[in-house]
Design a protein around this ligand. Sequence first.
Ligand SMILES: Nc1ncnc2c1ncn2[C@@H]1O[C@H](COP(=O)(O)OP(=O)(O)OP(=O)(O)O)[C@@H](O)[C@H]1O
Length: 318
Amino acid sequence: MTVPALELRNVSKDYLIKAGGGLIPSYRRHAAVAGVSLTIARNSIVGLVGESGSGKTTTGMMALRLVKPTSGRILVNGVDISQLDHKGLKPVRRQMQVVFQDSYSALDPMMTLAQIVAEPLDIHGVGSPREQTDEALSWLERVGLDRSYGGRYPHELSGGQRQRVAIARALILKPTVLIADEPTSALDVSVKAQIINLLQDLQEEMDLSILFISHDLSVVRSLTDRVVVMYRGQVVEEAETEAIFSDARHPYTRALLDAIPAANPRDRRVRRFLSVEEIEAATPRLARSELPEAAEPSQTPQLVSIGPGHRVAAIVTP
Ligand SMILES: Nc1ncnc2c1ncn2[C@@H]1O[C@H](COP(=O)(O)OP(=O)(O)OP(=O)(O)O)[C@@H](O)[C@H]1O
């Protein structure tokens, strides 16, 4: 079996949140991510979905080691990076890049687009300044902006063009893993489609593995191979994309799918999400004998395999 491009094993992140003031402040722990495991096979796109605050960004930031996990392991191309220090992480940083929703704040307004795109080459000491600029200009072309854009500045661009620059900058070092955190959320529908097509083309050309974090389930459906659904810091369902969209098993996933605005504008109402109590009450109960994989009976939901590559959080009855 080939080594996955990215693997998170039982990864958690607790934040300490100030709970009381006074002379001696007190803190409480908030589990932003609790025991998440996910795998991105080489050359594949995994969608990470869930409502706001479910822990998607924190998970992506831990994968990049921009946030240190409280516990758990992160493997990039089979190498455990969970405990590496700043120096140890430098070569890993070449392998993994990120594109955010808001590229405007990520692009230095004082730098030209050629400088912005070339900067990662400079940081990693790849090529002469001349070669770096040439490579940056050819990357601008590759993402659909002609070379004359090299002398322009971020404020001269539209939102879609800025995302193209952010993608060129992220890919110039030829990483194996790209974390795309809501990269199309701020864009109009037609521009969104162009950026998705661009990501799809580059993914194929470069054998990239992508963790695609998004609220936009229609984009997730068209782009990804697998989907991982998060709810309150945990994975509640995980399967091939078509299995999720045609046969979602967890009530939370179904509520999430129900919330997709309908294509017909007259029916464009977003249905409400389930409450925590409803989710807990509705968590599927599965008899141990029905499961293809042995699972121990439990009082609380656990992630169990309900078919080839399809896992769901459920309460297992004896
Ligand atoms: N630096 C931080 N300090 C304290 N709490 C944090 C911090 N970052 C995130 N959180 C909390 O962790 C939880 C998960 O946040 P996260 O941003 O990962 O969720 P998300 O699913 O990406 O949400 P969104 O879709 O709105 O970006 C939230 O409750 C959030 O308030």
